[in-house]
Write a protein that binds this ligand. Structure first.
Ligand SMILES: Nc1ncnc2c1ncn2[C@@H]1O[C@H](COP(=O)(O)OP(=O)(O)OP(=O)(O)O)[C@@H](O)[C@H]1O
Length: 240
């Protein structure tokens, strides 16, 4: 089976303009493959670049060089060269992302936050609401909170809204940045269930899970980033 996602020789550095242009190199020559129905878990010490890799795959950060390709039936799409306007349909239809923290928008209810990815694709509002409520109930978010904006929710409640929003779209590729970090055991188990259900539908997932128990339940493979990355600073002007 051909991979859905391939990453080849990816390099990343951050140029710190506030520090006289010092370049912080965080990724050197990273390659990986990810297949439909597979969950690849990123491992490695804190600060090695796990979240940075997810943000590069989602188009939040640019690569210095290397290739990131999503393979469709009619050919590959090179993401490192994608124009800004092409990211919107790609995120709407192909790449989902559960970030570490929910981006709270004032006056938008938890249920509307979760429904939004389906509405963006033109789904029926009733159907989207029903799916959102089903997911929020599954993740044990109390019904009294569904119509409230999540700004005042606890960390774990916000994270469950975020998880529901990430999974509702059933994207073919899903990026998961510590989705279980603020959750109790019962809700961690629900997330494990959501990951298994997504795998069964053929979703390819790349995730960060610090909890060993969750990791062992969801991971088909581990990618230890220490083997692939370097983290060193380069003085200003010496980065290409
Ligand atoms: N926007 C940024 N600007 C400058 N440096 C950054 C930026 N984002 C990340 N970094 C640096 O890149 C390195 C990798 O960070 P990243 O968040 O990817 O690590 P991580 O492996 O996910 O860590 P953790 O397990 O602690 O979450 C860190 O040294 C961090 O300081």
């Amino acid at each position: 089976m051909n991979p859905l996602l391939t990453v080849e020789n990816l390099h990343k550095d951050f140029v710190l303009h506030g520090q006289g242009g010092t370049a912080l190199e965080v990724m050197s020559d990273l390659s990986l493959e990810l297949h439909a129905g597979e969950c690849l878990v990123l491992a490695g010490r804190s600060g090695i670049g796990k979240s940075t890799l997810l943000k590069m795959l989602y188009g939040n950060y640019l690569a210095r060089h290397g290739r990131i390709r999503v393979h469709f039936s009619d050919g590959p799409l090179e993401l490192t060269e994608l124009p800004a306007h092409a990211w919107h349909p790609l995120r709407r239809d192909v790449i989902g992302y559960v970030s570490q923290f929910l981006r709270v928008v004032p006056r938008v209810s938890a249920c509307e936050v979760v429904m939004e990815p389906l509405l963006a694709r033109g789904a029926d509002a009733q159907e989207a609401r029903l799916k959102a409520e089903t997911l929020l109930a599954r993740l044990n978010l109390p019904e009294r909170l569904w119509q409230l904006p999540p700004g005042t929710f606890s960390g774990g409640e916000q994270q469950r809204v975020n998880i529901a929003r990430g999974f509702i779209g059933e994207h073919p590729l899903l990026l998961l940045d510590e989705p279980t970090a603020s959750l109790d055991a019962a809700n961690r188990a629900e997330v494990v269930g959501l990951v298994h259900a997504a795998k069964a539908r053929g979703t390819a997932m790349l995730g960060i899970f610090h909890d060993q128990d969750v990791r062992s339940q969801v991971a088909d493979r581990l990618l230890l980033l220490d083997d692939h990355l370097t983290a060193r600073t380069t003085p200003p002007g010496q980065h290409s």
